[in-house]
Ligand binder design. Structure first.
Ligand code: PMP
Length: 407
């Protein structure tokens, strides 16, 4: 495997020392949520023990410190995503909320009757339903770029769907269901040539390899803290400053105003304009610790490590009779979906669970993709920086056990 000290890294994750069903836990569901290193757990706990106060309001030292910690977290996310300015980073609850923010704020000011939004056939529902709702409300049309049987985005098909009426391209950077890594720079080129924004759902990409929104040419980029080895309840949206300036608030109330009278209100500049109410301050502090941790390990090394694990898993699972791997394109990343002849994916998940192996089975919040692939569900293995060859051995053994039971 790679020159990656997995044993040392695993020691950073207390949960990996626990037993499940009486066996050492093999956690292969990092695409759903990553486990948390001790430094993240401690950052959140220390915040509540020693630093907790509401931000941007109090005039006392504790509140000033909490405000500084929150803004320092914004700077960490800026660094992680390679944004030009921390004011382009808005804290949200998660990727879903980040995309909804764009759909409600940018979308409802820019999409009208006859307009079109282009997504792809492999989107998570989080990057599909908000656009579908927006289009239905505005008399606009949702177009879907096709994928090939080997799980690749069909760029020609994509281009042929673009026209003067297209107002936005919204695509996953990496598919959570089959691991396809999309040619997002090419998508950015198509968007730029038409002067329209590109939104990327980076939920599965940002935890797996270095991302730079400026190099990619993304106008919006959405991430979830819990997939970045940080806490649940915190996520972020990168939005290019020029777009943000003209975007109206989508939620209103405290914390985001400039002046309020009974007649009218004026709003603060971004990012505060988009963060109504008390945010998840401890979550932001935990996310900052997670970003430090990820950068310490090195995202390029994580990418290499996960690529090696994926290649190994493809080999080992390929040896299992009746197991069909669902193709995730040439640059498949972090995720491996499969079906086992004659065994429902939920049964695969249940047998694996009894062996202490945690995987995901179902439609992976991508029902239209499942339909396109001709399946109702798949079993999905996904890797994190702490997974090992031994985890793959345990997975393969548990799958053989599954075959013994069901055949
Ligand atoms: N997009 C992708 C590609 C995802 O994998 C996920 C989580 N499975 C989401 C969006 C939604 O993330 P969250 O539930 O954290 O909002």
């Amino acid at each position: 495997m790679s020159a990656f000290d997995t044993a040392r890294l695993r020691a950073d994750f207390p949960i990996l020392r626990t037993q499940m069903r009486g066996k050492p836990l093999v956690y292969l569901d990092t695409a759903a949520s990553a486990q948390k290193p001790q430094v993240v757990i401690e950052a959140v706990s220390n915040f509540y023990r020693h630093e907790n106060a509401n931000i941007h309001r109090g005039l006392y030292e504790l509140s000033e410190q909490a405000s500084l910690r929150y803004e320092a977290a914004r700077e960490k996310v800026r660094e992680l995503l390679g944004a030009a300015d921390a004011r382009e980073i808005i804290f949200t609850r998660n990727t879903t909320e980040a995309i909804n923010l764009v759909a409600w704020s940018w979308g409802r000011s820019n999409i009208g009757p006859g307009d079109e939004v282009l997504i792809t056939a492999l989107e998570h529902h989080a990057n599909l339903v908000p656009w579908q709702q927006l289009c239905a409300e505005r008399g606009a049309r949702l177009r879907v770029a096709p994928i090939s049987d080997d799980g690749e985005l069909e760029l020609d098909g994509c281009e042929s769907l673009l026209g003067r009426q297209t107002k936005l391209i919204a695509a996953a950077h990496v598919s959570n269901a089959i691991g396809t890594r999309l040619p997002v720079k090419k998508l950015a080129g198509l968007a730029q040539a038409r002067g329209i924004p590109l939104l990327l759902d980076g939920a599965q990409a940002a935890p797996r390899f270095p991302v730079n929104v400026r190099e990619l040419g993304a106008d919006f980029y959405a991430v979830s803290g819990h997939k970045l080895y940080g806490p649940t309840g915190i996520g972020a949206l990168y939005a290019r400053a020029e777009l943000l300036e003209s975007m109206p608030p989508w939620q209103t109330g405290g914390g985001m105003i400039e002046q309020v009278s009974f007649e009218r209100s004026s709003f603060a500049p971004a990012p505060v304009r988009f963060e109504a109410g008390t945010p998840d301050i401890a979550g932001a502090v935990g996310l900052a610790a997670a970003v430090d941790y990820l950068r310490g390990v090195g995202l390029a090394r994580i990418e290499q490590h996960e690529a090696a694990l994926l290649a190994e898993a493809v080999l080992r699972l390929g040896e299992i009779p009746g197991l069909r791997i669902i193709a995730g394109g040439e640059q498949q990343t972090g995720v491996l979906s499969f079906v086992l002849d004659g065994v429902h994916p939920h049964d695969v998940g249940a047998v694996l669970d009894a062996e202490g192996v945690a995987i995901r089975a179902g439609h992976h919040c991508a029902q239209p993709l499942m339909k396109r692939l001709g399946v109702t569900a798949t079993a999905r293995v996904s890797f994190g920086l702490y997974n090992t060859s031994e985890d793959i051995e345990r997975l393969a053994a548990a799958l053989r056990r599954c075959i013994e039971i069901f055949r």
